[in-house]
Write a protein that binds this ligand. Structure first.
Ligand SMILES: [Zn+2]
Length: 578
């Protein structure tokens, strides 16, 4: 309908659209629904408790498909017990979250707090559903320490539909309602009743299927890290408490008595020892391990020792790095103790070695705290770096200018970007795109398994090339230094096996793809003879099962450092030293 009014405005209106044009301004109003009762204007007033119940139902029923899939695995829907168990789990999830929310929600903060939870849960469920991620404390530590470049690779437009459903819709509802104010006494009474009811639901539902449920939680403890959002709330709290506790006390000294063995007095050349810490390279795709494809052609042409059965200490960088450089390792695993103690590098430094941590990734995770470190700066190497990420070639730039100790010795760690996912295709230059077609996006589900594996294998080809270049660098210097390279990856990677992608599955249930890693040594002739090593004997060690646990003691052994923390039985080279 078109109307002309006395204020010199023309109004055009349909049931849902009103267009007003005046001499000075034009406005467009969109009204959804019927003119009499537009639902867009509908803003119900609800109590904080009703919000908490609604949010708990949403979390319980919509955000826990990974947990439900886990607990219902192997059950038959023809068995009535399965239906009872499922119903109990849904009530338990709702009761648990209602209890947690009732403890913290207040009228003033209810909507902001729920908004944060809804958005965080939307992201959490996306990664849990797509990649099989468990949000345990070590994964949360990994997430919280992620840098911008790393995080940006995990975002993609493909997340949008998921985010719209899991965050957009609930937020729309949440911000339409008004939260009611209650007199204090009444508010306390209602909250009390809610807490009792939530506890009742939680306890009742668990008791109903107690035998079944407790057995499940005993045998598959990791399943609790799928209960969302309780999982990431609990895990972040654990990380926060542990970090605060650690920050309050100094690092425990390790190997206070470390010194170079007397044999160092007779050496003629200084030692140049490179530890290359790989990233996300898995043993299964390592050419030297007999993988169907030759992903390590350059190393295969060199005289290297390839250790074919090596187990990582963790399934993510945050766990593996501190663990592999510690004297404690996986056999006696105690995360707080490991993070609170000095590393191999501190011990070497105390024994008089110049040490350096060179990083092309997310830092040394405390391993090099207080010691010299260099972070590759993308601005300095524009030809090797894109979007804040650099190819591992950057680690070799200017390596010969690194400072050494008074005798010329140096132990340098090269922390590679390696096969860091999900965008494996960004880990190598175009010349290494040899296995095709490749997956060129971080949204792995959009690619075929073949494309993912091709991109992953190309990244391994590039790692092979970087290691061969490092060996060439060390060979050039062997007239003046006794040189050696020890390469080992921090953890493996899942490439879609059993629906799992990336890494970080809790260690106890992690598949071999995530825990078995390549390890390669190259020793110059000068290094072998001056450190009295028997090469044939070392070659006899390569097929035996080893682990990150041996790294600490083996490096001390190879470099002939004496200290009371050294354990000979954990030194791979011990039996091969004359
Ligand atoms: Zn890693």
């Amino acid at each position: 309908m078109l109307t002309m009014q006395s204020d010199a405005c023309i109004r055009f209106s349909l049931p849902s659209i009103r267009l007003v044009g005046c001499r000075r301004q034009m406005s467009l109003a969109l009204e959804l629904g019927t003119p009499s009762g537009s639902w867009w204007r509908f803003r119900p007033t609800v109590s904080t408790e009703v919000l908490a119940v609604a949010a708990s139902l949403f979390f319980g029923f919509a955000c826990n498909s990974a947990f439900l899939t886990g607990v219902l695995a192997g059950r038959s829907w023809t068995d009535p017990a399965t239906w009872v168990f499922t119903a109990s789990m849904l009530v338990m999830l709702t009761g648990l979250h209602l209890l947690l929310l009732s403890l913290v929600l207040h009228r003033w903060i209810a909507r902001p707090v729920l908004s944060v939870l809804i958005v965080a849960t939307a992201f959490a469920t996306y990664y849990m559903q797509r990649f099989g991620v468990y949000l345990d404390p070590s994964m949360l530590r990994n997430v919280l320490r992620t840098d911008v470049a790393e995080a940006s690779e995990l975002f993609g437009l493909g997340m949008l539909p998921h985010l719209l459903f899991y965050a957009g819709l609930p937020l729309l509802v949440l911000w339409r309602v008004r939260v009611a104010k209650r007199p204090l006494l009444r508010a306390l009474a209602v909250r009390g009743v809610t807490l009792v009811a939530a506890s009742g639901l939680l306890i009742g539902s668990v008791l109903l299927v107690f035998q079944d449920f407790s057995a499940l939680m005993r045998n598959q403890k990791e399943l609790r890290y799928l209960i969302t959002p309780a999982n990431y709330l609990y895990s972040s709290a654990r990380v926060l408490v542990s970090d605060t506790r650690q920050a309050a006390k100094p690092r425990e000294v390790v190997g206070a008595d470390a010194r170079r063995a007397p044999s160092w007095g007779t050496r003629t050349r200084p030692a140049l020892f490179v530890i290359a810490v790989g990233e996300t390279a898995r043993a299964a795709n390592w050419g030297l391990n007999g993988y169907a494809r030759q992903t390590t052609p350059e190393l295969a042409a060199l005289d290297v020792l390839n250790f074919s059965d090596v187990t990582a200490c963790g399934t993510n960088t945050e766990t593996s790095l501190p663990c592999m450089f510690s004297a404690i390792g996986r056999r006696d695993y105690d995360e707080d103790r490991i993070r609170g103690s000095e590393s191999l590098l501190h011990v070497l430094n105390r024994a008089g070695f110049q040490v350096l941590w060179r990083d092309n990734q997310s830092g040394c995770k405390g391993v090099c705290e207080g010691l010299p470190q260099q972070q590759i700066d993308p601005a300095q190497l524009p030809e090797l770096c894109v979007e804040g990420r650099c190819l591992d070639d950057a680690l070799l730039q200017g390596l010969d200018t690194v400072a050494r100790d008074a005798q010329g010795n140096l132990v340098v760690v090269l922390h590679m970007l390696g096969n860091h996912g999900p965008t494996y295709s960004k880990r190598y230059p175009d010349t290494f795109r040899r296995f095709t077609p490749t997956c060129d996006t971080g949204e792995l589900r959009k690619c075929s398994r073949e494309e993912i594996v091709n991109a992953y294998d190309n990244a391994l080809l590039y790692t092979d090339h970087i290691l061969a270049r490092t060996i060439a660098f060390l060979k050039e210097r062997q007239a003046h230094f006794d040189t050696a390279l020890l390469y080992v990856s921090d953890h493996g990677e899942s490439l879609g096996e059993n629906g799992l992608y990336l890494h970080g599955v809790p260690y106890a249930i992690a598949p071999d793809e995530q825990t078995k890693v390549p390890m390669v040594w190259w020793l110059s002739d000068g290094f072998t003879s001056s450190f009295s090593l028997d090469r044939n004997c070392l070659a006899g060690q390569i097929a035996r099962p080893w682990a990150h646990d041996q790294l600490f003691h083996t490096v001390l052994g190879l470099l002939q450092v004496e200290t009371s923390v050294y354990e000979r039985k954990l030194d791979i080279s011990a039996a091969c030293r004359r």
